[in-house]
Write a protein that binds this ligand. Sequence first.
Ligand SMILES: *Cc1c(COP(=O)(O)O)cnc(C)c1O
Length: 363
Amino acid sequence: MRNELIAIEQSGIYSNFGPVNARFEQAILEAMFGGAGACLTVSNATAGLMIAIQYAIGKNSPRRRYALMPSFTFAAAAQAALWNGLIPLFCDIDDEFWTPSADAEQALIERYRDEVAVIVPYATFGNGLDLARYQRLSQRYGVPVVVDAAASLGSTDGRGRGFGAGFPFLFVFSLHATKAFAAMEGGLIYSSDPSVLASLRAMSNFGFEVPRLATTRGLNAKMSEVHALLALAKLPEIGDVVARREAAARLYRARLEGWVFQRAAVHRQSHMFAPVLLPRGLRARRSKLVRQLAEEGVGVGTYFSPHLAEHPYFAATCVAGDLSRTEDIAGRILALPLSDGITPDEIAFVCDSLLRLCGSEGA
Ligand SMILES: *Cc1c(COP(=O)(O)O)cnc(C)c1O
């Protein structure tokens, strides 16, 4: 790594799609997406979502002003839509997969029809989505799809292909420090259609389709050579990282028998943490439990609670359909700690602490 950093220093090329970045884009395209289509690095997934949504809505009629997305996701998706002048339209999630509910999406699309500009489903916590269903939805209603796959880099299907491989939508992945495929900060956009990514590349570089000449809307969303180097170094490890994290997730499931975990829709899931639902009877005690666990040295999150429709800014600017399953799941979720190096003893400690603090109600 040190030598490669020195090589970047000596080359004098620090950004603007340099040679390390080009190597990473090609290597990940081959490793994850069977070498077909194209990958574009971005500075982070939020900027990636901004340009992907901008590209997808294109020259839409201004009547199309809604971005259909789940409320059970991270603020980045709603912010990216708002930066594009769209109003997030929040739908409910499926109670087993925790991904956007097909019925809820259908109902909102039927209700808002030609006012929906883009569908932005979230592949929740690295889980899969029924992408064939999104193809049908997109064709039937003439609405483009941008997939928030922020946590999905490393998730694969039964043939070992990365989530999204072969699909023409724009898939936006994050390489943020909190994700399984972590390179400090970074993002990646994949599409099976290389011509789409050529336009996005210009958009990520001030809208320059010709050197230093803005011909389309853009911003600076480029990845630096140092970040690309970190990402390139991570690539050969990702299979092991995901396998270790999956083994840890299985241990959590075994030790918290009878608790409700997310149902998987991918062959291998790239886990950021180990989300589990508190029994309904303990819902009101969640914040106290989180505090008590912290006192024992166990850092537990509550992603995504509050869910987006509950954030003050989004409550004031966005529109929501029925969110009863989101309310239920967000109200009970606990994100238990997971890292590349977490040990079985640490997992046992977390689970024993949780079970003890929950008392007989957690059984
Ligand atoms: C992490 C995350 C993002 C944002 O990714 P950044 O690379 O940090 O911008 C967007 N959406 C979801 C669902 C995420 O989990």
